[in-house]
Design a protein around this ligand. Structure first.
Ligand SMILES: Nc1nc2c(c(=O)[nH]1)N[C@H]1C(S)=C(S)[C@@H](COP(=O)(O)OP(=O)(O)OC[C@H]3O[C@@H](n4cnc5c(N)ncnc54)[C@H](O)[C@@H]3O)O[C@H]1N2
Ligand code: MOO
Length: 425
């Protein structure tokens, strides 16, 4: 792997002569420089959804902790089912969930009335569903011989005390939290949240709700990126708002972020013009860049590097370019910092429902809508916006992004494509 480039205005080829690298190499470089957090914290289970486990968790108790009934019915002894049925048994007691019978062992031809979740008393080895018993007074008649162990959930059959339940890096889904709760844990040790600084660069930007002057536009990247992070419980945003296109202002904001954040995400100011000061402000702090230009569209000028120990992700300002470079390159690296093991975008198979000419050697990411299914059930994709990287409308209408591979110059109808869904919630 190449070493990072130390930044001065002379050495930075970000605009004119920076080397263009393939998108998968850019993503790999970003992953390589991302360092997993080491600090941990204990959080109550109710606040732990989506957080990342700090270490392996082992079972402290068997699950279930005792033999219990899986059905409402009657506990019986298989030894009483001799000869040809039907068999008549005398009901000797009653036990519900939460009860505990320390009584003597079951006697021959005895049945016990039992309910789902109740501990199966000593000596009973089968529970017959009540639907399969005929009750008359204190007796039941069973017509069909039960199977040994039927309808009993045995202690430890789900989880054995001492076994590993989860591993460091697992994300806590509601189902995993249920398992921890089943072990009686009130809280869990997770990696602390990744602190993500966010800066919207651009002298032309105003935030929604403010009046718009001539030559100004509303800041849409800020809400888009914040909204994406709001779905990630393992991250917290430190929002530095809008910073104008001035080297000193950017350098000051970068300095603040570097003293607090694990990652800084910026939008805008990374291309070639003399109003693009992000790279030079990075250089002011002795930052380094590993990714300067990527053979992708949108997003070619995306920058990935470090300021001290803080990962730097300089996304292009055009909203589509910010979205695509965030999802394809920055987010996997940020997930890595969070300690998550599975970090790459989740692609699913789809087919093109459109034709399109593209540049050979460049990976293109286009907003698409699923308009139907092909004969084997793959979504058929329609391309939206004809590739404008500034189109908010195309992104808003899209169901997701399709990747158009670098080795194709023409996308034809029916061509297999990879599709990443925007589905949230
Ligand atoms: N001579 C060249 N010009 C450009 C190149 C190039 O290689 N050579 N690359 C083009 C590409 S591709 C992109 S993408 C953009 C990226 O530019 P920057 O990252 O420097 O972004 P800006 O110039 O600051 O802004 C670009 C565009 O996006 C709008 N913008 C910026 N921030 C926001 C925001 N927070 N919300 C909504 N819209 C935003 C901004 O007003 C501009 O219209 O450069 C091309 N130029
Ligand atoms: O990457 Mo730029 O995003 O093509 O407009």
């Amino acid at each position: 792997m190449e070493t990072a480039t130390a930044l001065t205005n002379e050495t930075c080829g970000a605009g004119a002569d920076g080397k263009v690298i393939p998108v998968d190499i850019a993503a790999a470089k970003a992953l390589t420089i991302a360092r997993v957090l080491s600090e941990t914290e204990h959080v109550p289970l109710i606040d732990a959804t989506g957080r990342v486990l700090a270490g392996d968790v082992r079972a402290s108790i068997d699950l279930p902790p005792f033999d219990n009934s899986a059905m409402d019915g009657y506990g019986v002894r298989i030894a009483d089912f001799i000869g040809a049925g039907p068999w008549e048994l005398l009901i000797g007691g009653r036990i519900a969930a939460g009860d505990f019978h320390a009584g003597q062992a079951a006697s021959p031809n005895e049945a016990i009335r039992i309910f789902t979740g109740a501990p199966v008393p000593e000596g009973f080895d089968v529970v017959v569903m009540q639907e399969h018993c005929e009750r008359s007074g204190d007796e039941i008649t069973v017509a069909k011989r039960p199977r040994q162990g039927e309808n009993i959930r045995h202690a430890g059959e789900d989880v054995t005390a001492g076994s590993r339940l989860m591993s460091a890096g697992d994300q806590l889904s509601p189902q995993r939290l249920a398992l921890l709760a089943g072990q009686g844990l009130a809280d869990v040790e997770v990696l602390r949240k990744v602190r993500v600084g966010l800066i919207s660069t651009g002298s032309e930007l105003r935030d929604p709700g403010e009046p718009l002057g001539r030559g100004q536009i509303y800041n849409s990247n800020r809400i888009m990126i914040r909204a994406m992070f709001s779905a990630f419980p393992w991250a917290e945003i430190v929002d530095y708002g809008i910073v104008p296109d001035r080297r000193d202002a950017l350098a000051e904001a970068f300095g603040k972020a570097a003293s607090l954040c694990d990652v800084l995400v910026t939008t805008g100011g990374v291309s070639a013009g003399e109003e693009d000061h992000v790279v030079s402000a990075l250089g002011h702090h002795g930052g380094t860049l590993d990714v300067l230009k990527v053979a992708m569209r949108p997003g070619k000028p995306v920058k990935i590097g470090m300021i001290g120990t803080m990962l730097f992700a300089g996304l292009p300002g055009n909203p589509n370019a910010a979205l695509v470079t965030f999802r394809q390159i920055a987010l996997p690296a940020i997930r890595t910092i969070a300690g998550i093991r599975s970090v790459t975008p989740e692609w699913s198979p789809a087919v093109a429902g459109f034709t399109y000419q593209k540049r050979l050697g460049r990976t293109e990411f286009v907003p698409v809508k699923a308009v139907g299914l092909d004969e084997i059930g793959r979504p058929v994709l329609d391309m939206l916006g004809r590739g404008s990287s500034a189109s908010l409308m195309a992104m808003a209408l899209a169901d997701g992004i399709a990747m158009l591979p670098p080795d194709a110059a023409t996308i034809d109808q029916g061509m297999p494509l990879r599709f990443e869904s925007f589905r949230c919630g």
